[in-house]
Design a protein around this ligand. Structure first.
Ligand code: PAF
Length: 293
């Protein structure tokens, strides 16, 4: 695995691979890698990439002033070892000045899909994500780029940006990787104390109850949300930020139950904020099955 720290280095490596006719896959990450990230490398290969670039950059622009930028977990040596083992071709590990040189004053704003949920609670977060992801796309110019579905709203933002700006990249969104008890893998799980870790699956349990209600024909959004809240609240110390039934295209309330739906939630456990979601495809929703497309 080649370690590239500058834009010029990574571009040179990618140009070499392209010269050999390789298909370039990009996996953008903020490091402290877990199996969820590593599965993106595998999915990139399955998607046809035979030259994989993983970037690790803890992007300051996507953290609010009261968020965890300073304490975000970092483990460069451990990450390098795991990527070597997965036979990644290039690790792009820029420092902040390589991504945001002095005087940097551009920001990408994606409207619409950012209006609610994470976008509403984390002001400026998705501008930071869109800005860095567009920059990474410009640096690497990948054929495919991989993101995890745990950050479903982030996937929707990037998809919108790619469409709106005609960015020539194929996006692949990979399934969330979970622990045996349902907790979605996340670098932030490392903040949880042992006690909090034991309580954390409450988020997924609540969402599963919502999914179950939908696939069994419940079509009252309020009823489903109350059910999910009740399940999550059964676990002490879980503070619900939001738990909603949404349209995964718009991240707004669904107009009806004749299309794909999503249940999405965010909770706090102590100082740790966890998010998760489950997508429910139209073919599993009783009302959608009988409704015209
Ligand atoms: O999902 C993440 O880890 C980050 O938001 C991303 C896409 C790498 C941008 O910084």
């Amino acid at each position: 695995m080649i370690l590239a720290r500058t834009v010029a280095e990574v571009r040179e490596r990618v140009a070499g691979a392209r010269g050999e006719g390789k298909v370039v896959g990009l996996v953008p990450t903020m490091g402290f890698l877990h199996e969820g990230h590593l599965s993106l490398v595998d999915v990139a290969r399955q998607g046809g990439a035979d030259f994989i670039v993983v970037s690790i950059f803890v992007n300051p622009k996507q953290f609010g002033p009261s968020e965890d930028f300073g304490r975000y977990p970092r483990d460069e040596a451990g990450d390098r070892k795991q990527l070597e083992a997965r036979e990644v071709d290039v690790l792009f590990l820029p420092d902040a000045s390589a991504i945001y040189p002095a005087g940097f004053s551009t920001s990408v704003h994606v409207g619409g899909v950012t209006a609610r949920l994470e976008g509403q609670r984390r002001q400026g977060h998705f501008d930071g994500v869109a800005t860095v992801v567009l920059k990474l796309f410009d640096i690497v110019q990948p054929d495919l780029a991989l993101f995890g579905r745990k950050d479903a709203q982030q996937c929707a933002v990037i998809e919108r940006m790619v469409r709106d700006l005609d960015i020539p990249v194929r996006l692949i969104f990979a399934e969330t990787v979970r622990e045996g008890d349902g907790l979605a893998l996340s670098s932030r799980n490392s903040y949880l104390s042992a006690e909090e870790r034991a309580l954390a699956p409450a988020l997924h349990r609540g969402l599963k109850a919502g999914e179950n209600a939908i696939v069994h024909g419940v079509d009252d959004v309020g009823e489903i949300e109350r059910l999910m809240q009740r399940i999550m609240s059964e676990t002490a110390r879980v503070e619900i930020d939001y738990v909603e039934v949404i349209d995964p295209q718009t991240f707004d309330r669904p107009e009806d139950f004749h299309r794909d739906l999503m249940v999405a939630g965010a909770v706090k456990l102590g100082r740790t904020r966890l998010i998760d979601n489950i997508r429910i495809t139209r073919d599993r929703i009783p009302h959608a099955k009988i409704a015209p497309r």
